[in-house]
Design a protein around this ligand. Structure first.
Ligand SMILES: [Zn+2]
Length: 245
């Protein structure tokens, strides 16, 4: 069940049965010459939507611009400063809490988001703990690519060149969602270099085509469907356990 395509009476009914909600969160940033700019948001929402269907869980809108300053030397990237992101996340969560949601599960598709999400959680918990009328309430975040069956399948599909940015797995998930965008051409070098990143200049100097450690010519829509299947399964069971906690 997706919030964006629900009516308010449907949300009211849902809240009588469950006060848990999943928020997909990603980024709008370059994903190499063959990957989509929306990859991190698309992967998180595809998996969340599938889990929502399977387990009848409400899925909030996708928080689809994240913390991506290091990708700004590539056209199309958009970023929030960490301070803006923390403020926006706090307002998203407090809006949901206002209606009675007490368990908020962020399924994340972008490593650069984890620190701002954690800081937003600290800010929100502090506000609620300072409010004498607030009730029990919890949030959690999880990177979809670290779900146990996803890690297993990913290692099986891509023993070499899985990578850490523009990963073969995340690109496959977007090809499953948008098969007309499947692009399996080989890039040069076949496997991108690895290293540390700071700002946009440093990033582009070291990783001129945008990839880090990956070979996305291995990505296939068919792999993506399998990754979505196991990820949705893991997410649905983790979210249900979290909502019941
Ligand atoms: Zn990504």
């Amino acid at each position: 069940m997706r919030l964006q395509v629900s009516t308010w009476p449907e949300v009211e009914d849902y809240l009588k049965k469950s006060t848990g909600v999943i928020v997909p969160i990603g980024s709008t940033e370059q994903h190499g010459p063959t990957g989509l700019v929306g990859t991190d948001a698309i992967a998180a929402e595809e998996i969340a939507w599938e889990a929502g269907k399977r387990a009848n869980i409400l899925i909030a809108p996708t928080f689809n611009v994240g913390s991506a300053q290091h990708h700004m030397a590539f056209p199309g990237t958009m970023t929030l400063r960490p301070s803006t992101m923390i403020a926006a996340l706090s307002d998203w969560v407090l809006s949901l809490a206002h209606h009675g949601f007490t368990r908020i599960y962020f399924i994340n598709g972008h490593g650069g988001n984890t620190a701002p999400i954690a800081t937003a959680f600290a800010d929100i918990y502090a506000r609620r703990s300072l409010d004498s009328t607030s009730e029990r309430f919890r949030m959690m975040q999880r990177n979809w690519y670290e779900l146990p069956d996803v890690e297993k399948l990913d290692a099986e599909l891509y023993p070499v060149g899985g990578g850490s940015h523009v990963t073969a797995g995340e690109v496959s998930v977007t090809f499953a969602a948008y098969p007309e965008k499947e692009d399996t051409r080989e890039l040069d070098p076949k496997i991108a270099p690895t290293g540390v990143i700071t700002d946009k200049h440093h990033y582009r100097e070291q990783f001129p085509d945008g990839r880090i450690g990956s070979d996305p010519s291995q990505s296939r829509a068919e792999h993506g469907r399998r990754l979505i299947d196991v990820a949705a399964d893991n997410l649905a069971s983790e979210a249900k356990a979290f909502f019941a906690s």
